[in-house]
Design a protein around this ligand. Structure first.
Ligand code: BGC
Length: 269
């Protein structure tokens, strides 16, 4: 515990609260719930990640105890911040949409739910926002000034918009309407798998999507993440865009690292 120091006036001065050096991150996905402790200076895990299967149906009441279980082996100190990702719009702790999750999440107070289950306060953040924030702080967009768009290609398309290092949350650019369709239904990695598309067939859909995105936002950099980004050499070279496009650097760890970092910044106030 810190003790008050003496100021030049001789009066005791309360020292500034110490910055958290580590935080816990949890990533809630459709098939797995993963957690790890994160070193906030390095943006790296300090221990092996733990994963449990996402319960089905993945209702709030079923997911909360699994989040508690996945964190059980880690830091019990309630002063260590906890950040949790969720694949939906998250506005001030409330989950607002359910494009690829159980509809019972719409309007759920996810922060209150997880805080109760864990007995400590938590931050809940959109999954792509967390991943994008981590890429901007520690990964493929580190040090990039201006407008950065991070997209995650998976079951849906997630997006994060980061402007000079500041996250603009809940952009949901995967749901842009292109040619009368919800973009993620055509261009997510799940669409490639569902329709058994070749890399070049899929790249044509991505070309349309990213052209639209760059016309809308004129970003300085586009980062492409999601599990399929580990095969980026199969499809990124097929894209013809004016914006530089790079694969994500942190891959599957990005959500956990971003959630932990955002929770720590909120704890700092
Ligand atoms: C959801 C987003 C989410 C993305 C990636 C979309 O369907 O609307 O909130 O970030 O999928 O999981």
């Amino acid at each position: 515990m810190s003790t008050p120091t003496e100021s030049s006036s001789g009066l005791p001065e309360t020292p500034a609260p110490a910055r958290p050096v580590r935080a816990l991150g949890v990533d809630i996905g459709g098939s797995g719930i993963k957690a790890a402790p994160v070193d906030l200076a390095a943006g790296e895990f300090t221990a092996e990640r733990v994963r449990l299967a996402t319960p089905q149906p993945a209702t709030p009441g079923a997911v909360a105890p699994v989040v508690a279980e996945v964190l059980a082996g880690f830091e019990a100190d309630p002063d260590v911040p906890v950040g949790i990702t969720f694949p939906a719009v998250v506005q001030h702790g409330i989950t607002r949409t359910a494009a690829n999750v159980d509809p019972s999440w719409i309007g759920a107070d996810a922060e209150a739910l997880f805080s109760d289950a864990l007995g400590r306060s938590v931050l809940v953040v959109n999954d792509a926002d967390a991943a994008g924030y981590a890429e901007a702080a520690f990964g493929a967009a580190k040090g990039v000034r201006g407008v950065v768009v991070v997209t995650t290609l998976g079951t849906g398309i997630g997006s994060a918009l980061i402007v000079d290092g500041t996250l603009v949350p809940n952009t949901e650019l995967g749901h842009l309407e292109i040619g009368g369709h919800d973009a993620e239904k055509k261009a997510a990695d799940s669409a490639r798998e569902r329709h058994d598309l070749s890399w070049s067939q899929w790249a044509k859909r991505l070309q349309r999507y990213y052209s639209h995105l760059e016309d809308l936002l004129w970003p300085d950099l586009i980062v492409v993440g999601g599990g399929v980004s580990k095969k980026h050499e199969k499809f990124l070279p097929l894209l013809d865009l004016r914006t530089p496009v790079v694969p994500a650097a942190l891959r599957n760890d990005a959500g956990i690292i971003g959630a932990a970092s955002l929770a720590a910044s909120r704890a700092r106030g």
